[in-house]
Write a protein that binds this ligand. Sequence first.
Ligand code: ADP
Ligand code: MG
Length: 733
Amino acid sequence: MRNPKTKKSNARKQRRLSEVEEIELLDAWIESGKPDSGSNPLAFPPPPPSAPVGRLADGGFSPYVGCKLFQQLPISQKTKDGLKRKYTEMSEIQRASLPHTLSGRDVLGAAKTGSGKTLAFIIPVLEKLYRARWGPEDGVGCIIISPTKELAGQLFEEFKFVGKYHSLSAGLLIGGRKDVEAEKERVNFLNILVCTPGRLLQHMNETPNFECSELQILVLDEADRILDAGFRYEVDAIISQLPKHRQTLLFSATQTKSVKDLARLSLKDPEYISVHAESVTATPERLKQIAMEVPLDQKLSMLWSFIKSHLRSKILVFLSTCKQVKFVYETFKKLRPGIPLKCLHGRMKQIVRMAIYSQFCEETSVLFSTDVASRGLDFPAVDWVVQLDCPEDIPAYIHRVGRTARFASEGKSVLFLLPSELEMFRKLQAVEPKIPIQLRKANTQRMQSISGLLSSLLVKFPTLMELAKGAFKTYLRSIKKQKDKEVFDLFKLPIDDFAASLGLPMTPKVRFIQQKTKKNTESEETTDSENNEDGSRPASDEKQHLEGLEEAEDDVLFPKESSVEIEDNPAAVFPLKKPKKKKLKINVLRPIGTRIKYDDEGNIIPPLAALADTQHVDVLVRLDKVKERYEKLKEEMKQRDKEDKVLHRQRLREKRTKEKMKLKRRREEDEEDDDGLDVDETESGVPKKSKLYFHSDDDDANEKREDVRLKTDSVSIAEQEELALKLLNSMHS
Ligand code: ADP
Ligand code: MG
């Protein structure tokens, strides 16, 4: 009788050979039919669905440019098997971009929200690594960057779905995990990293042997957002550590055209693929959009009335700030509208955020959210997107409304605009391609006013009172911070009526408004010429004035940008939060030489004078010398530091290469000898998953998350952990 071990080993060898053959075929097929640079595959006539696929009788290959079905693409059987459980026909962006991305080109892809951009980058990533026969010992082969944790989670799930039959490993690296140590140990054995910028940078800076010098492919989802000012520090630091020779893919519904941005990424002759550029509308066709003029003090009553009259709809409501979200959620919950309510914002714990995200995927409910939910998220079947507060600009509008009417489904959206914000409507109308939006007057007769109810709630619950004040202040601050002054004008807002509409007994004091009013009165007394016709401050003056107050305002309630999610950002140079208690502490972040010293009388000694002997007359001369020496020392240290770093990197690289070679040899030996490891054959000959997936949440969090995860065909966290351990053990033994 034949030894079962030999049988297994033969099967494995066979599989490896057939993989090698498949890869050779794919390489030749892709090479034979790749589209010209700059050409649009959508312009090619699609081959009929029944046409032969792959190698043809005459030795050539079937054409794939212009094809409509995933099965007609030059991609591995494993990817095809992963796809066919849900996807058959390609969407336009997929048809247009895949022939280019599979050929290894850099691509900037733009297509409307909900049009299937995710698969347009997941497929080339899997294929690139598969065709390179990427294994665990090869380390990080692909990095995908997402602006938010929820989106990263969603991309990760889609990777697991489509990549089910591949033996690549993927990890989700997002902020919010208390213990990153475990992650650090494993991160080098992962092939695909799906991450938010902050967390990735943290690993780059802190994980001792983090290596991505072999990176094959970099993807930025929501690329324009990743490249905008909010992530500049992180993204520049990340890019500087990536090898230049790589494939880069950028996708978004509102693509960046800034040459500067693209230069930062050192793209090589990128293909610009914009499938909806000639489209009549910039937003999905099945999306009905209206704008409604609503005075500030009626917004909440209007929202309440809207929810009450749409109790069977799934509604996503966008507000400007975390505190507003909290306030509206908490008060509306107490008023019991008759539909489940949820809230999502950047100040929530990661585990709760993920749970809310998943629940909203499944349940008909109302979700109040900041812009953390505005990009990329694929909530199924959202009926209404309500923008209670005006978006900061047109891309923000497009992404928010894009949470509904996704892929083939329908959706509606309503934008609330203050009378002073109507300019936004005109701007939306002027966009090319068009945003088909209609302006309606609010029907206030059917509106149920809730300010009375809110004020009794606030009297009863002091915490709600605090929330209301917070909502009030942060909203005004958000308006103040907006860049587009044609739309957002703080001084046109009916502040007292607004406070009353939140149920507040008095208008809270907001320093920047009071000072403005005071200054206004003063200047009215002196001269009129400094003010505009409406009595407001001239723009430049106002800017200075507001900037000056920025620091005076001690209540730092706001994210970096008005609509930016705060990411865990341990790499930031300055601490984001102020310490709560004033403890005597050595601030290690303070720039050198700025420590304040006092003499015996309590006078401040200038920084360098403290070093000098003040008894002598030549203090200045000596000071100069001290300074000179100090500079020289600093320079030397810098230089030495640089050298050390280079040396350290080199050593690490050598070490890793050695390790890699060893691991690769061992893997091949294992495959040859069949040492009866955990890998097993299934009937189809497809190996059982040897993947190593992990989430970056803490363990108890993971348990809770099990209940609320997206329903994809995935191994449980426990299984993933077990697999990871097995794999690691087998590598270290
Ligand atoms: P985008 O990133 O362009 O906003 P997504 O990639 O999130 O869009 O896709 C939107 C929805 O369409 C998802 O639910 C996805 O599963 C679905 N989808 C994508 N491609 C296809 C396809 N080829 N066939 C059917 N559904 C698809
Ligand atoms: Mg997307």
